[in-house]
Design a protein around this ligand. Structure first.
Ligand SMILES: Nc1ncnc2c1ncn2[C@@H]1O[C@H](COP(=O)(O)OP(=O)(O)OP(=O)(O)O)[C@@H](O)[C@H]1O
Ligand SMILES: [Mg+2]
Length: 216
């Protein structure tokens, strides 16, 4: 059993996209997975509703929870599921802080083209605070929506920059996800890219991320 958070204070970085994809992949491997949506925008819940309405198998259980009771509720849910995936979006960082307090690992998507060092430093501090209560927490930056054109070397530049910054509490994930239309099309239909299946490269990237998180 483990609890994985997709979070970060910046909007639109791909938290929900990665959370729903990983949740569906866990379900496809036969895991009893819960997708926990702590963002009042409800994007992950909407995805799960579309999936249900379209009768897509396997079903991905999804609940929305907010506010003070969150840590106790997550611990309780963790007893009942193999894996919990938390989409900790939203501008208010209360849910994000709570989620970091109970999670085994956190993935913070960062887009090279909207790279914002201030919010990453902020995350480094949030993770440091969370580790005061939750020593086991491991937190990673994962590059998302990296340009597909190899001539644009933004992934290398961003990696070098992050390495130079030498964050105390954030590591850089080895796998990265590129900007691929399949992510948007799959999400619209309540699918993961591995199910949507029309973009081999997107599938490979998600498989790599999955392996990095769960070890095949
Ligand atoms: N790798 C990708 N390739 C193409 N499009 C992507 C990718 N990742 C995310 N997107 C798109 O970018 C937009 C923002 O992604 P998403 O909703 O996952 O971000 P978020 O961090 O959850 O946003 P919010 O802060 O609003 O919760 C969506 O339209 C999504 O489909
Ligand atoms: Mg979101």
């Amino acid at each position: 059993m483990s609890i994985t958070v997709f979070g970060g204070e910046k909007g639109g970085t791909g938290k929900t996209t990665l959370a729903v994809n990983i949740a569906a992949m866990l379900a496809m491997k036969g895991k009893d997975v819960l997708l926990l949506d702590t963002d009042r925008q409800g994007t992950a819940s909407f995805w799960a509703t579309v999936r249900d309405e379209e009768n897509i198998e396997p079903r991905v259980a999804c609940v929305q929870k907010f506010g003070k009771g969150l840590p106790a509720q997550v611990r309780d849910l963790a007893e009942r599921y193999d894996e919990i995936i938390i989409d900790a979006g939203g501008r208010d960082s209360m849910e994000l802080r709570y989620a970091l307090g109970v999670a085994d690992r956190a993935y913070i998507p960062v887009q090279p083209f909207q790279f914002d060092i201030w919010t990453i430093r902020q995350m480094d501090t949030l993770v440091e605070m969370a580790k005061g209560l939750n020593e086991e927490l491991a937190a990673f930056i994962v590059l998302n929506r990296v340009a597909t054109n190899p001539a644009i070397r933004e992934d290398r530049e961003t990696r070098e920059f992050i390495t130079r910054e030498d964050f105390q509490h954030l590591a850089l994930a080895e796998s990265m996800i590129r900007d691929r239309i399949a992510f948007r099309k799959a999400a619209r239909d309540g699918l993961a890219v591995v199910e949507y299946g029309q973009d081999r490269k997107a599938v490979n990237e998600m498989n790599q991320l999955y392996e990095e998180i769960y070890g095949d």
